[in-house]
Every structure is written in C-alpha cells, then in structure tokens.
Design a protein. Sequence first.
Length: 221
Amino acid sequence: MFEIENKDLNIIKQFIELYEKIESKYKEYCIICDSIRKNILFQQYDKNKENIKIEEIFETLKKEQSEKIKQEQDEYRKNLIKEQIKLIEKEVNELKKYKEIENLYNMMYYGNLSNYFEEEEQTKELPTKEYKKEIKPTKDIYFNKKSTITQIYIRVKYLYEEPNKPEKLDNEILNNIIEFYKKFKQPIKKFIDENYESIINTLKEIEKPEQIEQTQIQRTK
C-alpha cells in the first residue's frame, strides 16, 4: 500500500510535468540545431568548431558570404547563396527563442536540490550513490541530497505511475522509493513553489502562434 497522500501525488505530478515539459522543448531545440548543422553552407564554417555557438558561426558565415555575393558574377550562384543564408538565418532566429531552454535543461538534468533543504538538514551527511537514467531503482537505494534532479525525477515517477502499472514493484523497492521521496518532499515542493511559474512562462514564450507555425513548416521539410 502507498504511504503517501494525494497531496504528495500532486507535488510529484507537478514535478514530473515540469521536468518533462523542459525535456520536450530541449528536444525541439536539438532538432533545430541539427537542422542548421546539416546545412551544406553552414558545415563549411562548422568544422572543428564544436565549442563555438551556432549564432557566432552564422555571423561569420553571413559576413564572409555577403562579401562573396558582392564579387560573384554568376546570378544563379549569387541567388543560391542568398537563399541559403536566408534559410539558415530563419532557423537561427527560431533558435534564439529557445535561448533559455538549454540553461533550464542543464539545470534540471545536472542540477540538484541540495540548496532547497531546510537549514538544519544541510549539515546531515547522506550516503552517496550514482544512478544512470536507464537503470531502474534497486533495493539498495541511498538518500543523497546531491542526487541530480534527473535522478529524483526517475525515482519519484515510479510512485506516480505505480497504480496504473500492470507489473508492480516489490514492496521493499516501493518502500525505498517512498522513503526517498519523503527525504526530498520539502525540497521538491520548495523548488516548485519558487520556479514553476517562471519556467512555465519561459516555455509559453516559445509557444507563441508565429513560433508554432514556423516550427511546423520547418518540421515538414
């Protein structure tokens, strides 16, 4: 039997939704990045520059290619270059709307909730153990307040999904996850209270009507 109440499930639901909304938008961000990097013209400037931001590479590309256009005598080639620049620029402008997504994703994926523990909890030593995203929880779960938000998300999601799962977790594993959640309940709630609204507003900025239309057009190419 579950030893957590409906209000706990609501907290977990909000936490899961927040994580998954950010993850979904980050995937969109990656799709746009991949599309830009697959452009033949862009690839000429992207070699051995993996650590340089796409926007910076594009500015160099645009400057150099604009000079080439001035010198190009072949009108067909000139227009071809112009079209390629426009295509890349359109995607780069789309990418700018996602500028906060990478930061949010890194914060959710690699960050932890250690700063959200109550002051008296900050001094407690908790055992450490790393868990990979694809590994299911085992019977030796440890409570580490430096567990990443991703690690917390993976574990507490079992509590939210458990009632509807055809294959149930054994009681010992389930109880361990419940205990894990209880350790993180207040930090999770505090994190949601302090960040939920601002994160949702950031995500809404990306979903403006013109952005949705532009994204749909791009995805059908």
